[in-house]
Write a protein that binds this ligand. Structure first.
Ligand code: SAM
Ligand code: DTB
Ligand code: SF4
Length: 331
């Protein structure tokens, strides 16, 4: 049964149980809802990079910090289409385009992104966008252009949020998520672990994510990728077992959502990633680069999946619309 009313006490009891019990519970929930050994891949491309007016303390693209990330305006269509084709050839079923904007503004740049959405959709890929805040009307225009998913993260608990970002509010984020939902676009919404948050903040994030009805279809769980020049550059690395506990708890609370093991994989051992998969993560970002930061390349991922005897999803939900898209795998 899907639940939207988890209390912090209940979540803490799940998260804090003996590790073997937690993993067993998460695996059981996972197997009831998804094939056990299959991972879906998305490829990211930053179509507009850097110079963002927001001050998200983790982000290399904020104009408030000097991180050395090279800025560029919206990329040309042929360049983006070529990258999307490459991603498809490498086996990704979703292509996610990111823009370092506080919010979408109607006009030339948004029109250019809508063209990119149409082009990538025409290749038979699931298109995801992450462009900052949206109005109802902009969400509808994205949907019309063929956008399948919209990524907009809550990042952390409402209580800790103000320590990380002061240029927009939690309510701003929730409003955009409602616009996305209303437009009939699927929701990709998660957060970041390892920003110095308390356990309650971490669990508070999960509570917020799971209080959305319906649950977000995908839930990216990022491990902070520490970037020189950002205020969080010197955070201590997250304990891998705490990270696995977070993934397992997300899986138990949102049984039918894709839990995506997101940023931070480049610093994770094979063993940690394997534990995350066992804990119910069933999606990753593929390719050498996330938006601006590094990610394990295709070779390392393929070697890991082979070593684990697992498989990648091969067919996207838009190419073969089917209720159980996760069952569409090549053998
Ligand atoms: N500007 C848009 C926005 O904020 O919604 C879209 C792009 S933004 C880079 C997408 C998400 O990436 C953020 O919400 C955050 O959760 C994640 N992210 C950014 N920098 C990160 C980092 N250094 N480590 C982990 N996750 C990060
Ligand atoms: C998400 O939760 N993680 C991705 C995606 N959504 C857009 C982005 C991670 C960004 C990591 C930092 C970078 O590459 O700039
Ligand atoms: Fe801008 Fe998004 Fe980075 Fe925040 S996370 S600074 S909104 S690009």
């Amino acid at each position: 049964m899907l639940r939207y009313d988890w209390s912090l006490t209940e979540i803490k009891a799940i998260y804090s149980q003996p590790f073997p019990d937690l993993i067993f519970q998460a695996q059981s929930v996972h197997r009831e809802n998804f094939p056990a050994n299959v991972i879906q891949r998305s490829t990211l491309l930053s179509v507009k990079t850097g110079g963002c007016p927001e001050n998200c303390a983790y982000c290399p693209q904020s104009a408030h910090f000097d991180t050395g990330v090279e800025r560029h305006g919206v990329l040309p269509r042929d360049f983006v289409v070529a990258r999307a084709k490459e991603a498809q050839t490498e086996g990704s079923t979703r292509f996610c385009m990111g823009a370092a904007w506080r919010e979408v503004k109607d006009g030339k740049d948004f029109d250019a992104v809508l063209d990119l959405v149409r082009d990538v959709r025409a290749l038979g890929l699931e298109v995801c966008c992450t462009l900052g805040m949206l109005t109802d009307d902009q969400a509808l225009r994205l949907k019309e252009a063929g956008c399948y998913a919209y990524n907009h993260n809550l990042d952390t608990s409402p209580e800790f949020y103000g320590k990380i970002i002061s240029t927009r509010t939690y309510e701003d984020r929730l409003r955009t998520l409602r616009s996305v939902r209303k437009a009939g676009i699927t929701v990709c919404c998660g957060g970041i672990i390892g920003m110095g948050e308390s356990l309650n903040d971490r669990l508070g994030l999960l509570m917020q994510l799971a209080s959305q009805n319906p649950h977000p279809e995908s839930v990216p769980i990022n491990a902070l990728q520490r970037v020189e020049g950002t205020p969080l550059a010197d955070q201590k690395p997250i304990d891998p077992l705490e990270f696995v506990r977070t993934i397992a708890t997300a899986r138990i609370m949102m049984p039918k959502s894709y839990v995506r093991l997101s940023a931070g994989r480049v610093e994770m051992s094979d063993e940690t990633q394997a534990l995350c998969f066992i804990a119910g993560a069933n999606s990753i970002f593929a390719g050498e680069k996330l938006l601006t930061q590094s990610n394990p390349g295709e070779d390392r991922d393929r070697a890991l999946i082979n070593k684990l005897g697992m498989r990648f999803v091969e067919v996207s939900a838009v190419e073969k619309p089917h209720k159980d898209t996760h069952m569409l795998i090549a053998n």
